[in-house]
Design a protein around this ligand. Structure first.
Ligand SMILES: C[S@@+](CC[C@H](N)C(=O)[O-])C[C@H]1O[C@@H](n2cnc3c(N)ncnc32)[C@H](O)[C@@H]1O
Length: 318
C-alpha cells in the first residue's frame, strides 16, 4: 500500500480490490431508431430506423406474442443457419436500399444487411454508450481538464467511439477489418463529426496494446467488445478463451493513473458473467472502485419482456 507521503498515482482507494456489484442487468428499452418488437421460437423481430427485421436469436426460447401476420410483414428476413453467428442470407420483402440512415443522439450511422445476420449495430450496447457519454462529458467539463482519452478495442462500426468523441473525448479506435474501419469513418462523416479527434487504426488488438505499453501511452477509459473468434489483419488468431486472459492484464497497464473505467462485453460464449467478473477482479485487484457485472438485455417497446443478449463486466474508479 502506498504511504500518505508518496501518494499513489491511482485514485483514493487504490491498493484494494474493486467493490463487487453483481448481478447488474443493463436494460435498453430502445429509442426513436430502434425497437425490439417481439421475440420467440428462436427469432427476434426488430425495427431499425424504418426497416423491420426478422432474424435468428437463440436466446428467444419462449413463444412470440405478436401475430404471425405482424411477423410476415417484416421487410427483411435472415434465413439459413440458425446457429449463433452462422452463415445464411437475407430475403428482402420489398425494395430496400443497400444502406439506410439511423441516429443515436448526435451520432448518425448506416444500417447495412451483413452476412452473419448483423446490420452494423448492437443496440443493447446503448446502455454503455450512454454511461460513457455522461462520464466523458462530466470529466471534460472540469475546469482545466484535458479531454479524456478513450480506447475502443474491436471497435467495429464505431458507435462506441463516436458517442464518447461527441461528448468531448479523444478516441483511439482499433479494428482488424479495413471494411469495418471504412464503415466507421462513413458513420463519422454522416454524423458531421469529422472535426472530432478520432484515430482509426486497422491493427490486431493485442499487438496494438503491446505497442502502446512499450510507448508508455495510457488511456482514461477503455472499452473492449471482443468476438468469440477473430483474426487480426495479418491473420493473428483471436480465440476469446485463450486470448482474453492474456490481453486483459495488458489492457490494465494502459489505464492512466486517473482512469475512470474499463468495460468488457462478451457475446455468445459458453460462460457466465461471474467468469468475466472474476477475470476483471483479478486484473484490477489493486484499483479499488467498483466492479459491476451482469447482462445486457433488450426490453420490448411495451416494456413487458426482456431478451438477454450479452454478458458484461464494467469497472469504474468511483
Ligand atoms: C463487432 S466486434 C464483436 C462484438 C460483437 N458483439 C460480436 O460478438 O460479434 C467484432 C469486431 O472485432 C474485430 N476483430 C476481430 N478480431 C480482431 C483482432 N484480432 N484485432 C482487432 N479487431 C478484431 C472484427 O473486425 C469486428 O469488427
Amino acid at each position: 500500500m502506498p504511504s500518505p507521503a508518496s501518494p499513489s498515482p491511482l485514485h483514493a482507494d487504490a491498493g484494494s480490490p474493486p467493490v463487487s456489484a453483481w448481478p447488474t442487468i443493463l436494460e435498453t428499452r430502445g429509442w426513436s431508431d430502434y425497437a425490439l418488437l417481439d421475440f420467440g421460437h428462436g427469432r427476434k423481430l426488430e425495427r431499425y430506423g424504418g426497416i423491420v427485421v426478422d432474424r435468428p436469436e437463440p436466446q428467444a426460447m419462449g413463444r412470440p406474442r405478436l401475430s404471425e401476420g405482424r411477423w410476415r410483414e417484416a421487410d427483411a428476413v435472415f434465413t439459413g443457419n440458425d446457429e449463433d453467428d452462422g452463415p445464411g442470407r437475407w430475403r428482402l420483402n420489398r425494395d430496400l436500399p443497400e444502406t439506410w440512415k439511423m441516429a443515436f443522439h448526435d451520432v448518425r450511422f448506416l444500417g447495412r444487411f451483413m452476412s452473419f445476420r448483423h446490420v452494423g449495430v448492437f443496440p443493447e450496447q446503448a446502455a454503455h454508450w450512454q454511461w460513457m457519454a455522461e462520464r466523458v462529458a462530466r470529466d471534460a467539463a472540469r475546469p482545466g481538464a484535458e479531454p479524456p482519452r478513450i480506447l475502443n478495442l474491436f471497435g467495429y462500426t464505431g458507435l462506441a467511439s463516436l458517442v464518447p468523441a461527441a461528448a468531448g473525448a479523444h478516441v483511439t479506435h482499433i479494428d482488424a477489418s479495413k471494411k469495418a474501419i471504412g464503415w466507421a469513418r462513413e458513420n463519422q462523416e454522416l454524423s458531421g463529426l469529422e472535426h472530432l479527434p478520432v484515430r482509426w487504426i486497422c491493427e490486431d488488438a493485442t499487438k496494438f496494446v503491446a505497442r502502446e505499453i512499450k510507448r508508455g501511452n495510457t488511456y482514461d477509459g477503455i472499452l473492449l467488445d471482443p468476438p468469440k473468434y477473430g483474426r487480426g489483419p495479418k491473420g493473428e488468431v483471436w480465440d476469446l478463451y485463450q486470448s482474453l486472459p492474456e490481453l486483459l492484464p495488458m489492457v490494465e497497464k494502459l489505464l492512466s493513473p486517473n482512469a475512470g473505467f474499463l468495460i468488457l462485453t462478451a457475446y455468445a460464449i459458453r460462460s457466465s458473467f461471474v467468469a468475466l467478473h472474476e477475470l476483471m477482479a483479478e486484473t484490477l485487484e489493486i484499483r479499488g472502485g467498483r466492479l459491476e457485472s451482469g447482462e445486457l438485455v433488450l426490453t420490448t417497446e411495451d416494456g413487458a419482456r426482456a431478451l438477454s443478449t450479452s454478458l458484461f463486466s464494467r469497472w469504474s474508479s468511483k
